[in-house]
Design a protein. Structure first.
Length: 174
């Protein structure tokens, strides 16, 4: 669960906020798929300098659904699977979008992602962006797993760059 959907949540939130997370707190569990070596539910709190992202991911539901809410000082953005809703200053706007629950492969996004990666490895774009993003996602996932092992302890991310990656190098109880 966390290695699949958690990865996407990590980079999307970090891109939205434009800053690195400072700390992670998580609880991972198996609610429905008992006997599986992988959790089916992850609840995370990812702290940034000016925001907190509360994330619930689960494969234990009876149906596949996607929902997101971003609240700020000027309004809110909600995503209800195939509808994007912007609310602010007393007005509401809605847009239809491709249903996220139709599957985990989204061809309408993949081309741009592949192009960005290829541009980086061919030298057409600055190098290191994909690696830095992947390293951050690995760090957040690793800390989330360690946090859950510690009963949901809040663990801080070390400053970037760091010479070593892993919970022992990047976590501290806060």
């Amino acid at each position: 669960m966390l290695s699949d959907h958690g990865w996407h949540v990590c980079y999307v939130i970090q891109r939205w906020l434009g800053t690195r997370p400072l700390a992670v707190q998580a609880r991972l569990e198996t609610r429905r798929h008992t006997g599986s070596p992988v959790e089916d539910t992850a609840a995370l709190s990812i702290t940034f300098a000016d925001a907190v992202a509360e994330v619930l991911l689960t494969w234990a539901a009876d149906e596949r659904r996607n929902w997101a809410l971003i609240e700020g000082e000027s309004g809110r953005i909600e995503l209800h699977d195939d509808t994007l809703i912007l609310t602010g200053t007393g007005a509401e706007r809605r847009w239809a979008c491709p249903p996220l629950s139709n599957g985990s492969h989204h061809p309408e996004w993949f081309g741009a992602v592949a192009d960005a990666f290829l541009s980086e490895i061919t030298g057409e774009a600055p190098t290191g962006t994909n690696l830095a993003e992947a390293s951050l996602c690995v760090m957040v996932e690793s800390l989330a797993r360690e946090s859950s092992r510690r009963g949901g302890a809040t663990l801080g991310l070390s400053p970037w760059p760091s010479p070593s990656i892993g919970p022992s190098a990047h976590s501290r109880a806060t």
